[in-house]
Design a protein around this ligand. Structure first.
Ligand code: GYE
Length: 310
């Protein structure tokens, strides 16, 4: 059955436990909001446990959801490893687990029903391709602000970007450090890059694994007297409203969009599985779209974001 068909037959009144990572980014906050909206719209109940970025809190939340006998568990895994034990407990309790927005160790694939995520290697490649096309043959030193260490999306966005820019010998990634997906750490990391690279004069572009870190980096560039978006090019991932505002103000150049509505397809898949035994595909992929400051429709796209939990 197609997922749309499954949507029509969606079972109502599901009780779902959602182990959410935290609220490290604007995208994450929107995902939480839209999950609550999805549940409400369809007569389901979602219990959200905020793990404050700690895997141990996620493990505790999952155990508590198992004890409560929920119909299903949504898990946004902060890191990729260390899930085997607790997901085996969910399987033994016959409670289906659906991953949202990040992946886990491939060896643990049998322990979840499906994963609703974007292709984060592709997102990195889209960002890299934009940079390659934008700088052409000009020499370009790139600094990279990485996401949370151990998170699948950080490793994948790095890999996709690296592979793409490797094709152009004039582009070099000169520094790479984690900013843990937060604005404040993105700013700090950029400050240290600027200091280490001749007041920023050696830097041609910044790649950040999410927009929030880039917004922090934009702040750091401005405070150092640099013009983000022209002195230093920017490309990041998420497409949060503040990044659209930054692009409209010409402080930023490009962002790869991913939807914060990962729970919508997860509810559909869980409903069809619970009511009819329909086994969903192992991966439900959401789309990634590039937006740049040269687009003519930034304001319209920004206005539409209100429907996405932003
Ligand atoms: O891009 C970032 C967030 O896992 C896809 O996590 C998600 C990422 C998102 O903190 O902003």
């Amino acid at each position: 059955m197609s997922l749309l068909g499954a949507a029509a037959a969606r079972a109502e009144g599901l009780v779902v436990g959602f182990s959410q990572i935290g609220s490290e980014s604007g995208w994450r906050a929107a995902e939480t909001t839209v999950t609550k909206q999805d549940a409400k719209k369809n007569g389901d109940t979602v219990k959200i446990a905020d793990a404050q970025q700690k895997q141990e809190n996620q493990i505790k939340a999952i155990r508590s959801f198992i004890a409560q006998g929920v119909d299903g568990i949504f898990l946004a895994p902060v890191v990729a490893t260390g899930w085997h034990q607790v997901l085996s407990e969910a399987r033994d309790a016959k409670i289906p687990v659906i991953l949202l927005d990040r992946d886990i160790d491939p060896a643990d694939k049998p322990l979840y029903l499906t994963a609703v995520t974007s292709d984060s290697v592709h997102e990195g490649a889209v960002a890299g391709d934009w940079l390659v096309k934008t700088v052409g043959a000009k020499p370009c030193n790139v600094v990279e602000i990485e996401g949370t260490v151990g998170a699948s999306v950080a490793a994948n966005r790095k890999e996709g970007f690296d592979d793409e820019v490797k094709k152009q010998p004039n582009i070099k990634i000169i520094r790479s450090e984690t900013g843990d997906f937060t604005r404040s750490q993105g700013k700090q990391v950029m400050e240290s890059f600027i200091k280490a690279e001749n007041g920023g004069k050696n830097i041609c572009a910044v790649y950040a694994h999410n927009d929030d870190m880039m917004i922090g980096a934009i702040q750091a560039m401005k405070e150092a007297g640099l013009k983000p978006g022209s002195d230093i090019l920017t490309v990041s991932v998420d497409s949060v409203p503040d990044m659209f505002r930054a692009m409209i103000a010409h402080d930023a150049n490009a962002t790869v969009e991913l939807t914060p509505d990962m729970a919508g397809p997860a509810f559909v898949a869980l409903g069809a599985y619970k009511s009819k035994g329909t086994v969903p595909p192992k991966w439900i992929e959401t789309k990634s779209v590039l937006h740049t400051s040269a687009d003519g429709d930034l304001q319209q796209v920004l206005d539409q974001k209100k429907d996405l939990g932003y």
